[in-house]
Design a protein. Structure first.
Ligand code: KIV
Length: 292
């Protein structure tokens, strides 16, 4: 069943009627960087979003919204991104498209939906784009994924690559430590970045890489490089929204907490619970009176 509906702003709780605005496009994002060795005039802003309302709030401030498979941990409480399914990505992807008007929406291809062959990747990516209305997909991997990226790009599917720390490979990597600390790793990350960019990715996410490698990758490839835990040397930045809002007790070193939302939710819930128990809520302000 298709999940592409438009948000009914007359009935939705998330009711703002959006000001007419044209959505940014994949070519406009790609064109923000003139080529290898060139700096972007203004860094590209990306955040993750998983729900329609959060997309509405973030959209005016972002160039790209990423429906990351991090939703496995953030929304579903899973231990890793490995169990995330195409169904989950399509449902949340469609919600984010419904809630956004300006940003380019990119949807993660979940583990197991693209690695077997370019044909498998095409079928999964086509389903994602059809069911969500998003503009692009993201997939993890370097040189080994280059033929798949070329296959998708040649068939009209815009792809964002993802190199460095690739969380879907957590079992192979043995954890989430930053990459690029040894010479061998450094060379591999640079080769991966070049291969993915040359295959036709219109942008790259570089995750958890030490600053000199992030700088070398950003300088080496023609497309924009969006960093997460990859220093200020990149062409743009992405963060997981719940991390930057302070929804979790612990966050990685590279995350800046722009709020402490978990604390504020706790205070609100405790206040509500107290008022219900001592009958301070609801008052007449929140009560329907009979019309006679
Ligand atoms: O899944 C995700 O949120 C991501 C970001 C960490 C880049 O891939």
């Amino acid at each position: 069943m298709s999940t592409t509906f438009t948000l009914d702003t007359a009935t939705s709780r998330a009711n703002p009627t959006p000001a007419p605005v044209r959505r940014l496009t994949v070519p406009t994002i790609r064109a923000r960087k003139a080529g290898a060795g060139e700096a972007v005039a203004e860094p590209i802003v990306m955040l993750t979003a998983y729900t329609a309302r959060m997309a509405q709030l973030l959209d005016p401030h972002c160039d790209m919204l990423l429906v990351g498979d991090s939703l496995g941990q953030v929304i579903y409480g899973l231990p890793t991104t490995i169990p995330v399914s195409l169904d989950m990505m399509c449902a949340h992807g469609a919600a984010v498209v419904r809630g956004s008007y300006r940003s380019v929406v990119v949807i993660d291809m979940p583990f197991g939906s693209y690695e077997a062959s370019p044909e498998q990747a095409f079928a999964s990516a086509a389903r994602i784009l059809k069911e969500t209305g998003a503009a692009a997909v993201k997939l993890e991997g370097g040189e080994a994924m280059a033929p798949t990226i070329a296959f998708l790009a040649a068939r009209g599917i815009p792809v964002v690559g993802h190199i460095g720390l690739t969380p879907q490979a957590v079992n192979a990597l043995g954890g989430y430590a930053a990459r690029g600390r040894s010479e061998a790793e450094e060379g591999k990350i640079l080769c991966d970045a070049r291969a993915v960019a040359d295959a036709g990715a219109f942008a790259l996410v570089a995750e958890g890489v030490v600053e000199p490698i992030a700088a070398a990758v950003t300088h080496a490839v023609a497309c924009p490089v969006i960093g997460i835990g990859a220093s200020a040397a990149c062409d743009g930045q992405v963060l997981v929204i719940d991390d930057m809002l302070g929804m979790f007790e612990r966050t990685a070193r590279f995350v800046k907490r722009y709020d402490e939302l978990a604390e504020r939710v706790t205070v609100a819930a405790a206040t509500y619970a107290g008022e219900v128990r001592n009958r301070a809520f609801p008052t007449s302000d929140q009560t329907y009176a009979a019309k006679r």
